[in-house]
Design a protein. Structure first.
Length: 276
């Protein structure tokens, strides 16, 4: 490694193990969430899985515990307006065809899933309705309208356990996601697993490393004061290790999303979560 690279690596080198989490039990508006559960059988190196909420500071944790305090709900309300807004050449709104957004309860727990041989995420399903059924422009993957709508649909499943299919049609996508998770990339030559499996619970600079779970997405980050998509977060992590990120909505990130969702089987959906 060059001198410069070593310097970069020192910047993100892992410090001492952090103190115990501030709080261990999460209930949101009185409903208890599962933030810790036995790891699914396919995870060979981890016994227990934890929601990212468990690794945040008391102040950040508190923001997620009450919907009035959770800044993400501003965007959920925006999506409620979008739900009724006519857009596109067909002259339809979401509500023209879908009676009640609450009918989507459970959907978040099962995504991504395979439809007709293709791995699809929540964003794909929404854009399919926009382009095919509304004759409207697709929404950009991580832009405001899309993250607001994925939050509104996701929150209908809040408290339900993550439960993606990884067998049958989904198996090849899952295998691909697993391979990506363990592949070292970038100038720092690191894999997702090096941080989120080998070192969760440690401090990295001022940040408490979690297992990199996706059960709380889209997530409101205090850092950028907006909702962040799953693929947007993957992109950020790849940039941090000086790797060229894959494309949002591309095959690699979709496969990675399925694999990560499967590493969170049994954790409650916490959409929309709050992180730093
Ligand atoms: C012209 C009618 C129509 C409009 C308008 C429409 N949808 Fe759909 N949507 C459907 C149909 C039909 C399906 C597929 C059958 C089903 O699962 O309900 C579907 C499926 C979906 C699904 C997947 C549901 C599942 O369980 O797999 C989501 C999510 C969704 N729509 C969201 C939206 C959103 C958000 C909008 C507005 C931006 C919208 N739809 C607009 C008709 C519509
Ligand atoms: C150099 C260490 C490092 C690597 C390598 C890394 N991340 Fe992260 N990641 C972080 C840090 C730091 C955070 C913010 C604190 C936390 O939740 O761990 C984070 C957060 C996340 C989160 C959000 C978790 C939550 O609860 O909101 C996800 C998802 C994630 N990473 C996925 C990935 C994926 C996928 C890869 C591989 C492409 C990856 N990360 C590689 C350091 C890393």
């Amino acid at each position: 490694m060059t001198k410069k690279l070593w310097a970069t690596f020192a910047l993100i080198s892992l410090g001492t193990s952090a103190a115990a989490q501030d709080s261990n039990s999460l209930s949101i508006d009185g409903e208890a969430m599962v933030t810790e559960v036995a790891a699914p059988a396919h995870m060979e190196n981890v016994d227990t899985i934890y929601s990212g909420w468990r690794f945040r500071s008391a102040e950040t944790q508190a923001l997620e515990m009450d919907d009035f305090d959770n800044p993400a709900f501003v965007f959920v309300e925006q999506a409620e307006d979008l739900w009724d807004k006519v857009d596109g050449a067909a002259g339809k709104a979401c509500s023209s065809c879908h009676e009640d957004v609450a009918d989507f309860a459970g959907l978040r727990t099962q995504l991504p899933r395979v439809d007709d041989g293709e791995l699809v995420t929540m964003e794909n399903l929404i854009n399919e309705c926009r382009t095919e059924r509304m004759e409207a422009e697709p929404w950009k993957w991580s832009k405001g309208n899309m993250t607001a709508m994925t939050a509104l649909i996701g929150v209908q499943s809040r408290g339900m356990p993550m439960n993606v299919a990884i067998d049958g049609d989904a198996a090849p996508f899952w295998e691909k996601g697993k391979e990506l998770y363990y592949t070292r990339v970038g100038q720092l030559d690191m894999a997702c697993s090096n941080c989120h499996e080998d070192n969760y619970g440690m401090m990295i600079r001022a940040d408490h490393l979690s297992q990199g779970q996706v059960n709380g997405f889209p997530t409101y980050r205090l850092k950028n004061a907006k909702l962040n998509s799953i693929h947007g977060r993957f992109k950020g992590c790849m940039k941090n290790i000086r790797a060229t990120p894959f494309k949002e909505g591309g095959d690699e990130f979709k496969a990675l999303e399925l694999y990560l969702a499967s590493r969170g089987q049994g954790l409650s959906v916490e959409t929309p979560s709050v992180r730093n």
